[in-house]
Design a protein around this ligand. Structure first.
Ligand SMILES: *[C@@H]1O[C@H](CO)[C@@H](O)[C@H](O)[C@H]1NC(C)=O
Ligand SMILES: *[C@@H]1O[C@H](CO)[C@@H](O)[C@H](O)[C@H]1NC(C)=O
Ligand SMILES: *[C@@H]1O[C@H](CO)[C@@H](O)[C@H](O)[C@H]1NC(C)=O
Length: 400
């Protein structure tokens, strides 16, 4: 009697099968466009965007992957340009996801479902984005790392060239209670996407509006990953194509906020036991920010020389003063350059559909184009990604 097939080898068999049995009819103009993208790029450029509206306008000469997308027409267009498309692993939408994650058999079944879906839709990997608090060393933490590791095994076997990536907070040190096992997640996954935005989730200083993604703090967070021994070649720097719109509350000296105030006091709304947070602001897309600037501004765009970010004030319909902090091609260029200098594997943005692609207005079209052009600070930075040679910090991690 042959030995019973163990669940593990059954999984391996199943994992090898879907390419043959599961793939649905190719929706592209030619069959070859449904083949997975195999070539690895020296420089990754990732655009998150679940829609099918923007793909006719994006710069495929720079973009290497569309994330959280499963539209067949987007997949065909991306593959035609040698770019990947991956969907999100929506872990928290699984009922009782924590129990599922802790149960190895249930976890493997879930992962196999993700793989089958990717194969059927001719996708090129999977992106994990768990953003819940998790204690370092907890069973759940280990189970998450194990799931990513297993996903990488399954996807790599079944879909040649596929990328398994994990989105992580701007710093590995317990941001919003997320003490994941970053070293082993980086080891397990192909790449980590460092979400270097929402950095004012906790404002420990005075409660005023400030930059969403100030570069010194972004750099600090990246070094923290590097100092843990995670190689630069595993990191993709995620930047915001959105900003925060803060209503200014009564000024610190007790008067109402002036239209041209430089400091905009904001409501104290506590987040993770910090009494001041960007919860007081509203996330606003770059295209909407530019439209508000056109119609309602009460100041020019100002530049904060230390945070290296633009901001302006505007007046709302009720006469209230707002301060809007955002990223534009100038502030993004500095971050893309930083990514190149640190030798990171890529850059990416949340999100591709936050630009205006449909305007008849030449000025708006130029604004959109400038956002894509700014990426060249990374994609066309001289030479292959390398390791910077000057500075003690750099020497520290380069030596590891
Ligand atoms: C997006 O998808 C919708 C629904 O499937 C379709 O009608 C539309 O033509 C698509 N848009 C583009 C730009 O492909
Ligand atoms: C806030 O602090 C309290 C008391 O120290 C603690 O029980 C609670 O878990 C904290 N909440 C968050 C979100 O960190
Ligand atoms: C801009 O000002 C107009 C006129 O006061 C107002 O109706 C509109 O709501 C304002 N826009 C924003 C984003 O507050």
């Amino acid at each position: 009697m042959p030995p019973p097939v163990s669940p593990v080898s059954l999984l391996l068999i199943l994992a090898a099968m879907p390419l043959a049995v599961g793939a649905t009819k190719c929706p592209c103009e030619t069959e070859d466009l449904c083949a997975p993208v195999v070539a690895r790029r020296a420089k990754e450029v990732w655009g998150f965007d679940g829609s099918n509206d923007t793909y006719p306008f994006v710069d495929w000469s720079q973009l290497s992957m569309v994330l959280w997308n499963r539209h067949p027409e987007v997949m065909c267009a991306a593959h035609a340009h040698g770019a990947r498309v991956v969907d999100a692993a929506r872990l928290t939408s699984v009922p009782d996801w924590e129990e599922m994650l802790l149960d190895k058999t249930a976890r493997d079944t879930w992962l196999l479902g993700l793989l089958t879906d990717a194969v059927e839709n001719h996708l090129d990997g999977i992106n994990f984005d768990l953003e819940v608090p998790m204690r370092a060393g907890s069973a759940l933490c280990d189970a998450y790392t194990a799931a990513v590791s297993r996903a990488a095994d399954l996807f790599h076997k079944a879909i040649p060239g596929s990328l398994v990536s994990v989105d992580v907070a701007w710093s590995p040190y317990n941001v919003d209670g997320r003490s994941y096992d970053y070293v082993n997640l980086a080891e397990a996954a192909d790449l980590l996407f460092v979400m270097s935005y929402d950095l004012q989730g906790q404002v420990w200083g005075r409660c005023i509006a400030q930059a969403n993604s100030p570069i010194e703090q972004v750099e600090r967070g990246l070094y923290e990953f590097l100092h843990m021994g995670i190689p630069a070649s595993k990191l993709v720097l995620g930047v915001p194509w959105y900003g925060y719109d803060y209503p200014c509350v009564t000024a610190m000296d007790g008067r109402g906020a002036e239209l041209d105030t430089d400091f905009c006091p904001i409501d104290h709304l506590s987040y993770f036991n910090c009494s001041c947070s960007d919860l007081a602001g509203a996330q606003t897309k770059y295209k909407d920010i530019m439209a508000i600037y056109d119609t309602n501004r009460t100041t020019d765009i100002r530049w904060e020389p230390y945070l290296k970010a633009p901001y302006f004030n505007y007046r709302d319909g009720a006469g209230g003063v707002h301060q809007l902090w955002f990223d534009n091609p100038d502030s993004l260029t500095l971050k893309y350059r930083l990514a190149a200098e640190l030798g990171l594997r890529g850059v990416g943005f949340w999100a591709m559909d936050m630009l205006d692609y449909g305007s008849d207005d030449e000025a708006v079209r130029q604004q959109t184009d400038a956002m894509w052009q700014a990426l060249k600070a990374f994609t066309q930075a001289g030479g292959p990604p390398g390791v910077p040679s000057d500075g003690d910090c750099e020497a520290d991690w380069a030596a590891t």
